[in-house]
Design a protein around this ligand. Sequence first.
Ligand SMILES: [Zn+2]
Length: 287
Amino acid sequence: MPELPEVETVRRGLEAKTLGYAIEGGEVLLDRTVAYPETSAAFLGGLAGATFRQWRRRGKYLLSDLDRADGTRCGLGVHLRMTGQLLWCNRADPLQKHTRVRLFLTRDDDTTRELRFVDTRTFGQMWWIPPQVAEPTIVTGLQKLGPEPLSAKFTTEAFAAALAGRKRPIKTALLDQAIVAGVGNIYADEALFLSGIRSTTLCKDLSRDRIDKLRHNVVRVLEDSIALGGTTFSDFTGVTGTNGRYGGVARVYNRSGDPCHDCGTTIERIRLAGRSAHFCPKCQPET
Ligand SMILES: [Zn+2]
């Protein structure tokens, strides 16, 4: 599942490729990919003629601002969920098997381009945000997001306050988008390893120093992964189909049964709140 670094990698690719292109038209091949408006025709109609101005990211959401011919501005929201991919294509490229939405783009005399949404598992969503309407009223889930981990709002004070007294495992808290936005399974496991904290440790048992260390390591693993283009495991690629390289440097994620790089102990995997958690039993002692 794409997490913050993967979504940020896609955002950067979209900024590099789509800015200045206008949406000439499109095609929705799976209606339920469009979460708003109610009909695919209204979605395509809202975007028609609008030009990509910028791409922002909030947690795992991609948000684009577009200029309309009448001088107003509208938006496009995208959540990749489990297997969504936004791909920079030529219109003549054969359709990928799981193509859900096609947006035909044009800039100056270049009329060959297309932004294509491909999604095997079909959980991905797209929203058109009409002019003068606030994104969180349209884009489901945006309102509940906690601080961006790479922003000044993700302070040790705020993080400690969100964890204080909570009787749930720290790993579960890290996956809670209301506590910190964009962190998923890979980076939660990696940040906990670097902090020497077992996934099952209860939030209330963490000292302020350990919370500070964990906050620092959440930022570190996200930045390291962004620098490597994210992690490619199954479906994730950048907009031009390039794979991320962070998987090769992961310390515990997806390494159960392999020796810990630091101490040689076998990495273990457990089930925690329906997800797998990977850890080194020696470097991350139970406390
Ligand atoms: Zn170890």
